[in-house]
Design a protein. Structure first.
Length: 124
């Protein structure tokens, strides 16, 4: 009896196509039509492809089990990589402590995702 999982070829191809698009998008130096074309769809393709494989939450248990198994590992990886890269950048590029602290704060906010909200809060 084999426990090997079957691969869905079109999902693998979509993910590969998306990865190639990400590389091309980041390699483009100018923000012209090709840049906007790639950035228009390369991230959504990952959301769609990964959505096929998310397991439904059983008995509406969004709290403890879901957080422990799905969210916590992502948050730990995000903060560990962010802290490492910001600290490395501080020492390699000889940045000021104020500049580095600004990026630690941005890491807590999720980069630039909450920038409009932060501007709103600072104004009022």
């Amino acid at each position: 009896m084999s426990t090997e999982k079957k691969r869905i070829v079109w999902i693998d191809l979509a993910k590969a196509f998306g990865m190639i698009a990400v590389v091309i998008g980041h390699a483009l130096e100018t923000h012209g039509a090709m840049y906007h074309f790639f950035y228009w769809w390369h991230v959504p393709i990952f959301f769609v492809a990964s959505g096929f494989f998310i397991k439904p939450v059983v008995d509406n248990q969004w709290g403890g089990p879901f957080f422990k198994r799905r969210i916590k590992p992502l948050l730990v990886s995000y903060f560990a990589a962010g802290i490492f890269l910001i600290t490395l950048s501080h020492f390699v590029q000889h940045q000021s402590i104020r500049y580095t602290l600004k990026y630690y704060f941005k890491l807590l906010l999720g980069g630039t995702l909450f920038k409009p909200l932060l501007k709103y809060l600072l104004v009022y």
